[in-house]
Design a protein around this ligand. Structure first.
Ligand code: B1M
Length: 211
């Protein structure tokens, strides 16, 4: 079995201890970091589909998520540029009620790879916490919101509203994303940008600092 195939299998089975070394092995063999990432994302998709069919359960999703996190930790130094003056400042978080953080972490990493300094407020972040962060950090020009559940999509709207009500809407651009989110929803809640994946989010955020 090839290293990437093995990695895919180990992520699906939630073999956390083996995932990091396999990512390192793939890098040593000259695999493209993006390809390595894609294999792990794909493995998570397989688990998600199995969950939808009732063939996998929350514990399986959880161990797969931990395995993927162990893998991305090894990839991070390869993906993220270091040194240099930041291109700009931003903040990211998964919205209130939502505990999914793998996609959010990937978006953060890809944004960091563009030289943007981005604070991570974590998961289950209340609208007030975003408002507080922006208030205390006037250098922060972009807010990135992630939601993975249809039930937490309204929290995206609530967060945009809270920022507006705090009088901070003109100070920041708001980017939204996550599997159930689309451009139509982003427009509906008045976000400035929707991007479907981490790579696109990183490309998009840079444009905000150029204007
Ligand atoms: Co959950 N879960 N989960 N889960 N989970 C999903 C999302 C689900 C689709 C599974 C399914 O039914 N097929 C489903 C949601 C259904 C829906 O609402 N439509 C679901 C459910 C139902 C639940 C629970 C309710 C299950 C339960 O308890 N009964 C529960 C909710 C808990 C909560 O949040 N309150 C729950 C719990 C969990 C775990 C904790 C076990 C675990 C998360 C662990 C963790 O994140 N640390 C988990 C997992 C792992 C998943 C799946 C299998 C994988 C998610 C993932 O990490 N994907 C997921 C199924 C799936 O996605 N196929 C599922 C890989 C990741 C790289 O992709 O996060 O989509 P993703 O991020 C992408 C893009 O979306 C985008 O870029 C990323 C990378 O390119 N993106 C952005 C994300 N944020 C962005 C922000 C941007 C731009 C792009 O701009 C700011």
């Amino acid at each position: 079995m090839g290293t990437l195939e093995d990695l895919r299998e180990k992520v699906m089975k939630g073999k956390r201890k083996e995932t990091g070394p396999l990512v390192q092995q793939a890098l040593d063999e000259g695999c493209d970091p993006q390809e390595i990432l894609d294999v792990m994302v794909d493995a998570m998709g397989v688990i998600g589909e199995a969950f939808s069919r009732g063939e996998a359960f929350v514990p399986e999703m959880l161990v797969a998520a931990r395995a993927m996190s162990a893998g991305t930790a090894v990839l991070k130094p390869v993906l993220v540029a270091e040194g240099n003056e930041p291109v700009g400042h931003a903040v990211i978080g998964t919205v209130k009620g939502d505990m999914h953080d793998i996609g959010k972490n990937l978006v953060r990493m890809m944004i960091e790879s563009k030289g943007v300094e981005i604070a991570d407020l974590g998961v289950d972040v209340a609208p007030e916490a975003f408002v507080q962060y922006i208030t205390e950090h006037p250098e922060c020009k972009v807010v990135c919101l992630s939601a993975l559940l249809t039930t937490t999509m309204p929290a995206l709207d609530e967060t945009v509203k809270a920022i507006t009500e705090a009088g901070l809407r003109d100070q920041v651009k708001i980017m939204v994303g996550g599997a159930p989110v689309n451009q139509e929803f982003a427009d509906e809640i008045g976000a400035d940008a929707y991007t479907p994946d981490a790579g696109a989010a990183a490309e998009r955020i840079v444009l905000f600092y150029q204007n």
